[in-house]
Design a protein around this ligand. Sequence first.
Ligand SMILES: Nc1ncnc2c1ncn2[C@@H]1O[C@H](COP(=O)(O)OP(=O)(O)OP(=O)(O)O)[C@@H](O)[C@H]1O
Ligand SMILES: O=C(O)C1=C[C@@H](O)[C@@H](O)[C@H](O)C1
Ligand SMILES: [Mg+2]
Length: 170
Amino acid sequence: MAAPASIYLIGLMGSGKTTVGRRLAARLDVGYVDNDEAVAGLAGVSSVELARRGGSELHEWEARYVTTLLDRDAVVVAGIAASSADRPAELAALAAAGLLVYLHCPPAVLAARVRADGPRPWLPADPETMIADMYERRDAVLREHATIVDATVTPDDAVTRIVAALAARR
Ligand SMILES: Nc1ncnc2c1ncn2[C@@H]1O[C@H](COP(=O)(O)OP(=O)(O)OP(=O)(O)O)[C@@H](O)[C@H]1O
Ligand SMILES: O=C(O)C1=C[C@@H](O)[C@@H](O)[C@H](O)C1
Ligand SMILES: [Mg+2]
């Protein structure tokens, strides 16, 4: 299926933006823009390093990344950092420009995934509480602005559901 509009994937850390995004882009035969890679390209240092520095620097770069993304004409699949949920105007702009998809996972699933993953040096040894707080703060605003897709299914099934949502949007 040809992609009629860009697809923006947002979700909390570990929701599968990178994993699902790459497969979705391949399925639609368009480019994939990864939020962490793009932020590193803009900032000149990795998003892991920006996060390690603390403060608001990472989130400022993540906001600039959304601006650059919205300036592009090409149809792409792009990951969107979860911090955009703290700036609802970004969510509204992304939803107006393309299909904004919320890759939804319950906090316990996210915590299990990120615990098995790396490197996320900003995470405490037990990430449950931090992820539960992020979920509490961001879940409602993401549901309000984005099309929710269950991201606990396999990556390929998530891709199929997003393609169906794209077809339904036309
Ligand atoms: N649908 C899925 N089912 C099972 N495991 C998954 C699924 N999607 C992603 N994963 C696994 O969860 C981990 C996090 O996935 P991924 O890095 O794609 O998430 P992300 O949203 O890009 O995270 P971040 O915000 O840190 O960039 C990886 O180990 C990945 O293999
Ligand atoms: O969702 C967030 O706001 C964050 C997520 C992590 O990936 C880190 O990048 C950082 O600690 C902030
Ligand atoms: Mg990612």
